[in-house]
Design a protein around this ligand. Structure first.
Ligand code: ADP
Length: 303
């Protein structure tokens, strides 16, 4: 009799135990399997959601579910960014292409004269496309971190002088004055000359582009602890506070119609930010609002 009772008890315990194991272990694993299959099929919004408790009292399965959901969230973000990027690129390419096609149609139908003015307009659009493609290539390189810095100790004065010299003719043409105000005794900086030249060229070029004739662009530098801050100040059109946070985002333009005239694609500052950060520095912007000028600055490490 005792044996029968013991056997019955053992059977009941093992049934309960297997039910418990299946509820605690097998069911969540099956959930994760189903979720991973759905993610594999492209449903990136899928989550397991088993891990609601605090991390400490979670068992291994709970933690696995948590990392699974984190992985799914990262995949979803990457996918959203990828789709956004494709949309942006298509949008950017559409305008110059449509206008080249328009000119060509005008020429074929003999509505437009086959003269220098028309050809110059087509050339300008093709040039814009070329710059856009170059910027996109550069953007993908810096975003992927697929570039190497060739850093060496350099004087801020020589870097600024070399960059600014190239922009002089454009400043003269637009009647905007350019003032370089560098203090004596700045330490050497450890930078990749070409990359920092690229950043400065972008900031000073933007300052020129967004400052009307009669305005001033100033390039300054300060020594701040273990870095040097380079500052580009202009007396131009300024930036409203709600746009300030976004100007470093790719394809962001404060005013679409306005910067399109200058051919800007809203990529320059994104590239500049990546290049500055690759040097271990940071880039920032300030403006007192529309019509009140802008100030862009970035830091680079001292040598
Ligand atoms: P873009 O090629 O359009 O100039 P950027 O990434 O260099 O692209 O700049 C992003 C946007 O930030 C510009 O479209 C412009 O609206 C704004 N911006 C940049 N620099 C200035 C400036 N110095 N003054 C006013 N607005 C600026």
């Amino acid at each position: 009799e005792a044996l029968t009772v013991a056997t019955a008890a053992a059977v009941i315990v093992s049934v309960l135990l297997s039910l418990y194991i299946s509820r605690r272990v097998v069911a969540p694993i099956q959930d994760m399997m189903r979720a991973s299959l759905r993610i594999a099929a492209g449903r990136y919004d899928e989550r397991v959601g088993l891990a609601d408790d605090g991390f400490e009292d979670m068992d291994e399965l709970g933690r696995l579910a948590l990392s699974f959901d984190q992985m799914a969230a990262t995949l979803e973000r990457t996918e959203t960014k990828r789709m956004e990027l494709i949309g942006n690129v298509a949008h950017e390419l559409r305008t110059p292409l449509a206008s080249i096609k328009g000119y060509m149609e005008g020429l074929i139908d003999e509505v437009l004269p086959a003269d220098l003015v028309t050809f110059q307009q087509v050339y300008r659009e093709a040039d814009r496309l070329q710059r856009l493609v170059y910027d996109l290539q550069e953007l993908s390189r810096v975003e992927a971190g697929a570039f190497e810095l060739d850093v060496q100790p350099l004087s801020v004065r020589s870097v600024v002088a070399a960059t600014v010299a190239r922009l002089h003719p454009q400043f003269e043409e637009k009647k905007v004055s350019l003032e370089i105000e560098l203090p004596e005794g700045l330490p050497l900086v450890r930078v990749d000359e070409d990359r920092i030249d690229q950043v400065l060229l972008n900031l000073v070029g933007n300052a020129l582009q967004y400052t009307p004739a009669g305005g001033v662009v100033r390039v300054q530098a300060h020594h701040e602890g273990r870095s040097v801050r380079l500052i580009v100040i202009d007396t131009g059109i300024g930036i409203a506070p709600e746009h300030l946070l976004h100007v470093f985002e790719r394809f962001y333009r404060v005013d679409d119609s306005r910067s399109r005239v200058g051919g800007g694609s809203g990529i320059g500052l994104t590239i500049a930010k990546h290049l500055v950060e690759a040097h271990g520095g940071e880039i920032s912007v300030a403006s007192n609002g529309p019509g009140k000028g802008s100030e862009f600055s970035f830091t680079v490490p001292t040598a």
